[in-house]
Design a binder for this molecule. Structure first.
Ligand code: ITT
Length: 211
């Protein structure tokens, strides 16, 4: 049976861009949220082979450390012409200094090497796996994606990570050129645009009630 989120929730991420989005998504539900960073929680090693397992690793670690329900996102960009890279290694491609300009340039270099110069060869999708874990090991898990094309040079300074390079299908602005509200694309704008908002809609259906 699905379980509702009723108490205080730990948002188990150390990524400030993600944290802002996860807090915005939670806001209409009136759940008190505290971040892993605020609580000084350690970052667990992400040893899973897929997004879903890594989201669970992060949520379980935070739930065990705090005794509270914990909400984690594992996400990344999957580039078709690069056989799915960087995928679950999307954060690592930015290196210890978290340089996403360098990570985007690396993707572009590899696309050029493979002759992926036309939009049909430059398709990619973002994936978000969300997990809420409780201290008694109950878990709720959902996943969603958004398809698009990689453009070069990157455009826009909003968002985080690979946003400036990603043009979602059906749009003429990159995620880096959208406000976070547009990137979520939730009502009244739509039924969810970003991978994270689409996954969150599924999570809200099973775990949350609007206040
Ligand atoms: P936490 O594990 O602490 O949550 P992280 O940044 O290490 O933070 P991930 O392991 O899930 O998180 O890595 C996902 C990476 O994929 C992230 O660092 C971004 O670079 C990229 N990414 C995920 N969602 C994105 C989005 O909405 N826009 C741009 N880039 C995104």
């Amino acid at each position: 049976m699905h379980r509702r989120i009723t108490d205080k929730l730990v948002v188990a991420t150390h990524n400030p861009g993600k944290l802002a989005e996860m807090n915005e998504l939670l806001a209409p539900y009136g759940i008190a949220a505290v971040s892993a960073g605020e609580l000084g929680l350690a970052e667990p090693e992400e040893t899973g082979n897929d997004f879903r397992s890594n989201a669970a690793i992060k949520a379980i670690a935070a739930a065990q450390a705090t005794g509270l329900a914990a909400f984690a996102d594992d996400s990344g960009i999957v580039v078709d012409a690069l056989d799915g890279a960087p995928g679950i290694y999307s954060a690592r491609w930015a290196g210890p200094s978290k340089d996403f300009n360098a990570a985007m340039a690396q993707i572009e270099r590899l696309l050029q090497e493979r002759g992926a110069t036309t939009p049909d060869r430059r398709t990619a999708h973002f994936v978000s796996a969300l997990c809420v874990a409780w201290p008694d090991d109950h878990r709720e898990e959902v996943e969603a994606r958004v398809d698009g094309t990689l453009i070069w040079p990157p455009r826009g300074t909003a968002g985080f990570g690979y946003d400036p390079m990603f043009l979602p299908d059906g749009h003429d602005r990159t995620f880096g050129e959208m406000t976070s509200i547009e990137k979520h694309g939730l009502p009244p704008l739509g039924l969810g645009l970003s991978h994270r908002a689409r996954a969150f809609v599924k999570l809200a259906e099973i775990c949350l009630e609007p206040r």
